[in-house]
Design a binder for this molecule. Structure first.
Ligand code: NI
Length: 177
């Protein structure tokens, strides 16, 4: 079922989400289905459960091709429950981000270039991966939602925040990878 995505300004986006004790409940399976329905409907690259008002530590992401990030390399379609991540060597880089909770906007956001991340998948199995570039960025962005952090709160230069069609009248930018 396609759910309503909360928009920035809603205090429910600012909460610390709860760790899930069980990864095999029918409620969780239904939540993950709703998250994919909602993300695919809006052509998002990722979605966190708090964005549809569910205050639990569940994120999804992944795409083969994404019109909102037209030149991004594919990211494997992934469900992560109780995710964690840590930076690897390589420092941070700035790139343009959007968010389904901040519709129509883009901002230049610093993120770690390379990370190790993991969590539990929808089958209850542990996942652990390394990622870089846009893939690493999506993971950091979605995990931030679980701690009540929206990407504008990560920006260092608010002069690089604006409406996507004004910033990029000739089309959306290539993600820096
Ligand atoms: Ni977001």
């Amino acid at each position: 079922m396609i759910r309503e995505v909360l928009r920035m300004g809603d205090p429910r986006l600012l909460r610390q989400a709860q760790t899930l004790a069980r990864c095999d409940s029918p409620e969780l399976a239904a939540l993950v289905r709703d998250m994919f329905d909602t993300m695919l409907h809006l052509d998002g690259a990722g979605l966190a459960a708090p964005q549809i008002g569910e205050n639990v530590r569940v994120v999804i992401f992944g795409f083969e091709h994404n019109s909102r990030y037209p030149d991004a390399e594919p990211v494997p379609r992934t469900v992560l429950i109780n995710p964690f991540w840590e930076p690897l060597a390589g420092g941070q880089e700035d790139a343009w981000e959007g968010c389904l909770s901040v519709p129509g906007m883009r901002g230049l956001v610093p993120r770690h270039r390379s990370i190790r991340y993991g969590g539990i998948d929808a089958q209850g199995c542990p996942i652990e991966r390394q990622a870089r570039g846009f893939h690493a960025r999506v993971v950091q962005h979605e995990c931030d939602h679980l701690d009540g952090v929206l990407y504008p709160m990560r920006m260092r230069d608010m002069s690089r925040f604006g409406f996507a069609d004004v910033l990029f009248p000739d089309g959306l930018p290539t993600p820096q990878d």
